[in-house]
Design a binder for this molecule. Structure first.
Ligand SMILES: [Zn+2]
Length: 458
C-alpha cells in the first residue's frame, strides 16, 4: 500500500527509491542495497512487520492529543526554510551576500535544485544583519498558530510529521542500530548564538560530524524548545505521554550528498537531528552554561552574539547507544519531512535556575517593537504516527521493570497467593462447621419430628 511510502508528501524525484522503502529499511539505513535478490523477500517481511506494528500505535497517538494547555504550544525545531540564513548558516567565513530564501506564500514547495544553496559555512552575522527569518509569518498560537501552519506550509499537514509521543512499549528493538558517535573539533574560537524570534540558535561548524548513522552527517546548528516559568512541560517529544521541561535539537545534514543543510532539508533523510530531553536536577550543568549564560545578549529577536566555542558533545547524555529512531520532519514551518530522528532515551539534567534562564530571558519581538512578547511555549503538539515505525537501539526488557518493581511484583504475588490460601482455608473451615451444625439440627429436628409423630393421636 502506498501508506508504506516513507516521505510521501514531498515531491522529490531524486529520492523516489528511498521513499518507496519501508520504514525500517530507511531507518536503519544503508546496509541493504536495493539490488539484492533477497531484497524483495526482506521487504515483504518487513512490510508484514510494519503492518503488525501499526495496529495499535495510531489510536494511542490520538489518545495522547488532548486539548489541555500543554498540547497547544509547541515545537520549534529547525525552522530552516524561512530562517535558514539564520539557523543553518551562521558560521565563520567572510560575509557574503545571502539571497533571501523565501518560499512563495502558499506556493509549491521549493525544489532542491532551484533552491539557492547557502554558502557553507555561511557568514557570521554582524550586528547590522538581522537574524530574523524572512518569509511567511508563523507562531505557536493565535491566527498564525500551529493549526494554521499547513495553509502557508503544505508539508506541515503531511503524514510523517514531528514531534511524536513515543510509546516505549511499542518501539521495535533493533540491535543493529549502532551508538551515535560525534567526532571532530569545532576548529573555531567562537560560535554564533542568535535569537530568531522562535528559539535560541547556536550555529555549528560542519567540522563537527556524526557517525553511527547511515551516512556521514555534518553539524549545522542546535536550538531549544521550552515552556514557560512555573509550568512543567516544554519539550516536543513525549515519552509515554510525559513531557520534559525542555528539549535540545542538534541539527545535522547529510554531508555525503548535500553541500549544506538548506539543500539537504528538501530530501528524505537529508537531515539527522539529535533530540535531547532536558530535565531538572539538583546541580547546574556546566556545559549548558556556555550557552545559557549568554542569552541575555540576544534578548530580542534578530540579535546575535559570539560565544567562546566549547565541546558540543558534552551537551549530550552519557549513553549515546540508547535512543529511539524514526523518520519525521522539522517541527517548525516549513515542516519538511526530511529528518532522520534520534531521540536519546536518557535525559540531561540542568538546574532549575538554568531552566528558568531559558524560559525567562528571550523575547519573540524585536527590540524596536513597542510591546515586548516573551518567547515561551515554543513547542509543537505531538503529531500522528500514521504508518511509521519507531525503533529502539536497545531491548525492551530492561526498560519494563526496575529491580525494585520486580521485587514488589514477586512479593505481591506471594502475598496474594497466601491471602487466597487463607481465605479458602477459612471459608472451607466455616463450611465444615456449618455442615456439622446443620447435621446436628437435622438430627434434632428429625428426632423432634419423630417425637411429634408419636404425639397425641385421635
Ligand atoms: Zn527543534
Amino acid at each position: 500500500p502506498s501508506s508504506l511510502r516513507y516521505f510521501p508528501e514531498q515531491r522529490e524525484p531524486e529520492t523516489n527509491a528511498s521513499a518507496a522503502l519501508p520504514a525500517k529499511l530507511l531507518l536503519s539505513g544503508i546496509k541493504k542495497t536495493h539490488k539484492n535478490n533477497n531484497k524483495k523477500r526482506t521487504i515483504t517481511k518487513k512490510r508484514e512487520k510494519v503492518q503488525l506494528c501499526r495496529v495499535n500505535p495510531a489510536p494511542s497517538q490520538n489518545a495522547g492529543r488532548g486539548s489541555g494547555p500543554e498540547e497547544s504550544p509547541v515545537a520549534a525545531l529547525h525552522a530552516p526554510v524561512a530562517t535558514e540564513t539564520l539557523e543553518f548558516g551562521v558560521g565563520d567565513s567572510p560575509v557574503t551576500p545571502q539571497p533571501p530564501l523565501v518560499p512563495a506564500e502558499a506556493g509549491p514547495l521549493p525544489q532542491g535544485p532551484s533552491f539557492p544553496p547557502l554558502p557553507e559555512p555561511a557568514a557570521r552575522s554582524s550586528p547590522s544583519e538581522p537574524a530574523l527569518p524572512a518569509g511567511p509569518h508563523w507562531a505557536y498560537e493565535g491566527p498564525h498558530g500551529q493549526q494554521h501552519w499547513p495553509e502557508g506550509h503544505p508539508a506541515c499537514g503531511g503524514r510523517a510529521q514531528s514531534p511524536i509521543d513515543i510509546r516505549t512499549q511499542w518501539a521495535q528493538p533493533d540491535p543493529s542500530l549502532p551508538p551515535i558517535r560525534p567526532v571532530g573539533q569545532p576548529g573555531t574560537p567562537a560560535f554564533t548564538l542568535s535569537n530568531n524570534g522562535h528559539t535560541a540558535v547556536l550555529a555549528l561548524p560542519p567540522s563537527l560530524r556524526l557517525q553511527g548513522l547511515p551516512r556521514s552527517f555534518a553539524a549545522a546548528q542546535l536550538h531549544f524548545h521550552w515552556g514557560r516559568p512555573g509550568h512543567a512541560g516544554g519539550a516536543e517529544h513525549l515519552l509515554d505521554g510525559h513531557r520534559a521541561p525542555a528539549e535540545m535539537h542538534v541539527v545535522h545534514y547529510d554531508a555525503e550528498r548535500y553541500t549544506n543543510a538548506s539543500e539537504a532539508q528538501h530530501h528524505a533523510g537529508g537531515l539527522a537531528v539529535l533530540g535531547v530531553l532536558l530535565e531538572v536536577g539538583a546541580d547546574p550543568h556546566p556545559t549548558y552554561d556556555n550557552i545559557l549564560s549568554h542569552l541575555g545578549s540576544i534578548r530580542y529577536a534578530g540579535q546575535t552574539t559570539a560565544i567562546p566555542s566549547f565541546s558540543v558533545q558534552d551537551l549530550l547524555p552519557p549513553r549515546l547507544d540508547l535512543y529511539y529512531r524514526y523518520n519525521g520532519s522539522l517541527t517548525t514551518p516549513p515542516c519538511f519531512q526530511s529528518v532522520l530522528w534520534t531521540l536519546f532515551q536518557q535525559p540531561v539534567r540542568i538546574s532549575l535556575a538554568q531552566l528558568e534562564q531559558l524560559q525567562g530571558t528571550l523575547y519573540t519581538t524585536t527590540a524596536a517593537e513597542p510591546e515586548p512578547q516573551r518567547l515561551v511555549d515554543n513547542f509543537r503538539v505531538p503529531q500522528e504516527l500514521n504508518q511509521r515505525l519507531v525503533l529502539s537501539s536497545f531491548p525492551r526488557g530492561p526498560e519494563g521493570y526496575s529491580t525494585g518493581e520486580v521485587i514488589a511484583i514477586i512479593f505481591g504475588t506471594i502475598s496474594s497467593c497466601l491471602g487466597l490460601f487463607l481465605a479458602i482455608h477459612f471459608v472451607a473451615k466455616r463450611m465444615r462447621a456449618r455442615r456439622a451444625q446443620d447435621q446436628d439440627v437435622v438430627f434434632k429436628a428429625s428426632s423432634h419430628r419423630t417425637h411429634s409423630d408419636d404425639g397425641p393421636r385421635p
